[in-house]
Design a protein around this ligand. Structure first.
Ligand SMILES: O=C(O)CCC(=O)C(=O)O
Length: 318
């Protein structure tokens, strides 16, 4: 039987005060959650990942404007895999979500180079995803110092309690990842005080913790000196179930889930209290590219569904 590392102990857990603020506001900025060697390691890994974007990353990419994004990078790049499965994040996710078992949902990166004009439209995360459920915690990790000017992420405090749901819109307005039935979100930054918009100046190693419903967004990177490289790692509990819907985040690996199943298996591996060998054995052998069948059916769907010019770019990529 293969021996895999146990999840690492966090250098610190969330304090009671942080957890109470998270419960009340729907978001906190936790200082110094990751150490600087980890941040440095992730910077190198992220630049490698940008150099070798997979198909969806190529579709999300707006290189001329200095924007790069990709999802499920952990399937291909070991530094992302190890952070997802074996770092202190699983223990921290368990502290927040509170369930006996925790699974890794997925991760994505959002890179806005100095001067990148692309904003992240105000949105909630849950409409992007082909899932239902509330037990989801996102850890937004910055690899660079960040201010509001350099595209710090901002939130509407308390909006995690709202019943409204808004259309999911990616930074590149990618139509194949846009839930079409929902109304667009207001631009909460237009009346920042009235809307109780909060954000933080952050240092590498600081982490934003937030849930799946809180409204958030960020401006372009108006700094002409500092890149803004951020990673979002997301974990979930058993109430998160597969719920396929039109124009939501595609799952490009075989997952074997039926609508209504709790997320499980090699695409959504258990990470707490420990990993399960059968779920991660294939990934531990080496990079795991998307399945031809899933990728093919996604690109066919994009090509056929009349999503417009953004989709043409993607369907021309394979
Ligand atoms: O970094 C950004 O601009 C967007 C991040 C985000 O929306 C998320 O992680 O859910």
């Amino acid at each position: 039987m293969a021996m895999y590392p146990e999840p690492a102990d966090p250098s610190r857990f969330f304090t009671q005060a942080e957890l109470e603020t998270f419960e009340r506001d729907g978001v906190i900025c936790a200082r110094g959650l990751l150490d600087l060697p980890t941040v440095e390691h992730l910077r190198t890994a992220l630049e490698d990942a940008i150099e070798s974007l997979a198909v969806l990353g190529k579709g999300l990419n707006r290189a001329n404007d200095g924007f790069h994004g990709d999802i499920f990078v952990w399937k291909l790049h070991d530094a992302f895999r190890d952070l997802a499965l074996f770092s202190s994040l699983p223990a921290l996710a368990q502290q927040v979500i509170g369930t006996q078992t925790i699974r890794f949902f997925y991760e994505q990166f959002f890179v806005k180079r100095a001067g990148c004009p692309i904003d992240t439209p105000w949105h909630q995360d849950i409409p992007f995803w082909p899932v239902t459920g509330s037990q989801i915690a996102s850890f937004w990790i910055t690899l660079d110092p960040v201010t509001r000017e350099s595209s710090g992420l901002e939130f509407v405090r308390g909006s995690h309690r709202w019943s409204e749901r808004y259309k999911a819109i990616t930074p590149g307005h990618d139509p194949y990842m846009m839930d079409t039935d929902l109304p667009p979100s207001p631009n909460f930054a237009e009346r920042r005080d009235e809307n109780d918009v909060v954000g933080w100046d952050m240092e590498p190693g600081d982490v934003l913790l937030f849930g799946p419903v809180v409204c958030h967004g960020s401006a372009g990177n108006a700094s002409n000196a500092t890149d803004r490289r951020a990673l979002a790692f997301r974990y979930c509990g058993p109430d998160v179930r597969y719920a396929p819907r039109h124009a939501t985040m595609p799952l490009l690996w075989d997952h074997g889930l039926e609508a209504g199943d709790s997320l499980s298996g090699p695409l959504f591996p258990q990470v707490w209290p420990r990993v399960i060998e059968e779920e991660i054995a294939r990934r531990m052998e080496g990079p795991e590219p998307p399945s031809d069948a899933q990728l093919g059916s996604f690109l066919k769907h994009v090509a056929e569904s009349g999503f417009g010019p953004g989709a043409k770019k993607l369907s021309g990529l394979q």
